[in-house]
Design a protein around this ligand. Sequence first.
Ligand code: ADP
Ligand code: MG
Length: 358
Amino acid sequence: MAQIRAIRAAQPGNLMARYFDEDYFNSLDEPKRGRLLEIIRSGLENPDSQMGAYAHNDSDYEDFAPLLEPMIREYHNIPREQEIEQKHDWSLTASRCNLEDIDPGLNGVSMRVRVGRNLAALPLPAAMTKAQRLEFEALMIEAFMTLQDDPQFGGQYFSLTPGSSHAIDDAAYQRRVQAHQMFKDMRGDPYITAAGIAADWPFGRGMYVSNSEDFLIWVGEEDHLRIMAMREGGDLAALLARLHDGLEQLKGLIPAFAHSRRYGNITSCPTNLGTAMRASLHLSLPRLTEGGKDLGPARKTASGFGLSVRGAGGEHSDAGHGGLVDISPRARLGKTETAIIQRLYEGTAALWSLENAG
Ligand code: ADP
Ligand code: MG
């Protein structure tokens, strides 16, 4: 417990350390203490964690609410007096959300919107056995064999599982990573590795990509599934509709997702609960990043608009050439899917005018 106190003092951003209460921990029985230590292992081993906890099972959010709920409220900005409740709304047609309306020069930016999903019938990735990872991939391959004939979402599945009949070689995998389509080797991420989420890599991992290459499904990353629409353009409503249509197709082919009234879609990381949606743009902000050398000023400005800033290579990467960054609304819980896209639009308008001011 001295370790947690030290982290709290040195790393005020580590929400696990901030909200960890020794009396609560000591009130738990032995098995529950063991479970909680597994959930917070990543935050203990990585003091600079933002959250510092990953769920192992969907029941963890209720079972360990005294620790997790304050962390969740803080991250998603939900005050204590407000009930946590997740409502869904994907209808964006009437709203203004074409980036062209901000600046014609923004038409053509790289847009991506992804949601995380986990099957209710399986443990979350941190707690899966190798056999479960392989069974899950096999179940998804069955679904993809149907999806591949769909006129809108037809495509191919590429597996990283050694010996799979869908396997791709390392060079092809690296090309997909470079193209921002495929996820990186998970063992390079100390946060998810400490949580057990990268275990058994690369078994049970892979990606489905539509022939149009604008609809993708990751299998076996931080959540069982990450489903995304990605394309260059400016029409955020069309992007959201593409994801929603694909998600509806997929839902008809696989068992039910883990979901709760309060927390919406259940995800490994508490930052992703609710919509589990991260809607991002690759935006060039040379002025706010000092030519790509420092994400700090862009982060500070963007956070005032409810946006997070990542490097152009994804989480834990630096700004790209010319100050290319990834911006996305921070909150995913307690806001509808539509509200998240609107936040991205409004936030981009505000950031863009600051970037181009004076
Ligand atoms: P997430 O956790 O939402 O899946 P990551 O930060 O882990 O996102 O990034 C995953 C990949 O998606 C990285 O290759 C990243 O560069 C890419 N990516 C994210 N947003 C965009 C975007 N708007 N355009 C192109 N690629 C993107
Ligand atoms: Mg990620």
